[in-house]
Design a protein around this ligand. Structure first.
Ligand SMILES: *Cc1c(COP(=O)(O)O)cnc(C)c1O
Length: 389
């Protein structure tokens, strides 16, 4: 049964379960077996028995995940990596010294570190612009511009970039357009449908969804770009192992259910914090007061489970004491799992960004980021209440 043709017609909530999947042809196993093997037998030199030769190049369990990724993001080719940053690294290998990349002034700390500490030294020039005004993008485009990279919503300030509007610009200038879709997931936003060329994920987060694996993904809109990226992945080797591929694939099967609850709980937490006297600003694109609310309404089907806020007191100690008092929210890096997590970006996830740069974009020392999980909302609100006291 070849489902890769059929899945194009499925609704999203069916694709998460069946997209690109087939029963194991040798045994009928309903779930893809974990093909824990590095290599595959050949009958004659260069004549493998099946489609596989060596697991760095491809592995059936990883292939099953990659088909699912392509399906849910409406792409031609999915690729699974050993981490989100490995996926970004693979894409960045498409560029060479002298090329220029335009990106946002608020990015995941690890992405920023890779751009500034690894690829800047290899001669690629990065422009960090405020994408709220797309004239800032147009102003730095020149004949060396090869890619626009956006993260939307951003981590941790929930800034948005207008994907369709940027896609128009990149098409006019023949520039590649990549979107880090980690926070939104394809449940809320599908960048390839809006005109992007490639989507990146930290599959560690919502796609896997259970905080039990580190994984990354690239999904290419065209088979041609997919082939080029697969070559770069194969040639450099940061692939996802079979067991981890299995875990991410299993996570994706409940993505729609989890995201629905993440969104419901996220909205309630944002509204609760927005009314609290100890809270200064809540960063959540579902709030009408959020500066990017209109873009969010346009390109996302709901607003997700990530909520950041800072304190009226503007004291770092207040943020720290709040975080120490939480009981159900766990103080930990990462996000997107079923359990609620809390994080202090300046001291934790974004510590690699120099303080003056952090403060310039608004990542203050009294900013807290919550990954709102799928627990009972009353328990979550009670936990916030007691910790804010
Ligand atoms: C976590 C994260 C990454 C990096 O992914 P890893 O799986 O940790 O390598 C990239 N972008 C965003 C938005 C993230 O949250």
């Amino acid at each position: 049964m070849n489902t890769t043709v059929k899945f194009k017609d499925m609704k999203f909530n069916t694709k998460t379960i069946h997209g690109g999947q087939q029963h194991d042809p040798s045994t009928g196993a309903v779930m893809p077996p974990v093909f824990q093997t590095s290599t595959f037998a050949q009958t004659s030199p260069g004549q493998p028995i099946g489609d596989y030769e060596y697991s760095r190049s491809s592995n059936p369990t990883r292939s099953a995940l990659e088909e699912a990724l392509a399906s849910i993001e409406s792409g031609a080719k999915g690729l699974a990596f050993s981490s989100g940053l490995a996926a970004t690294d693979c894409l960045l290998r498409s560029f060479k010294a002298g090329d220029e990349i335009i990106t946002m002034d608020d990015l995941y700390g690890g992405t920023y570190r890779m751009f500034t500490k690894i690829y800047k030294d290899s001669g690629i020039k990065f422009h960090y612009v405020d994408m709220n005004d797309l004239d800032n993008v147009r102003a730095v485009i020149n004949e060396n511009t090869k890619m626009i990279w956006v993260e939307t919503p951003t981590n941790p300030l929930m800034k948005l970039a207008d994907i369709a509007a940027i896609a128009k610009i990149t098409k006019e200038h023949n520039i590649m357009f990549a979107v880090d879709n980690t926070f939104a997931t394809p449940y809320l936003q599908r960048p390839l449908d809006l005109g992007a060329d490639v989507v990146m994920h930290s599959a560690t987060k919502y796609l896997a969804g259970h905080s039990d694996v580190i994984a990354g993904a690239l999904i290419a809109k065209t088979a041609e770009l997919g082939k080029q990226l697969h070559f770069q992945q194969f040639a450099t080797g940061a692939t996802l192992g079979p067991m981890d591929s299995f875990l991410v694939l299993r996570g994706i099967k409940t993505l729609h259910l989890r995201m629905q609850r993440h969104c419901e709980n996220g909205e309630k937490v944002a509204q609760y914090l927005n009314k609290h006297s100890k809270v200064k600003t809540v960063y959540y694109s579902g709030l009408e007061s959020h500066p990017y609310h209109e873009i969010a309404k346009k390109q996302m089907s709901a607003y997700g489970g990530m909520v950041s806020f800072d304190f009226t007191s503007e004291k770092k100690e207040d943020a720290i004491s709040f975080l120490e008092k939480l009981k159900i929210f766990t103080l930990a890096e990462s996000l997107g799992g079923v359990e609620s997590l809390a994080n202090h970006p300046a001291l934790m996830t974004h510590a690699s960004i120099p303080e003056e740069k952090r403060l310039e974009v608004g990542i203050t020392n009294h900013l807290v980021r919550l990954s709102v999980g799928i627990e009972d909302i009353e328990d979550l609100l009670q936990d916030l209440e007691q910790a804010l006291k």
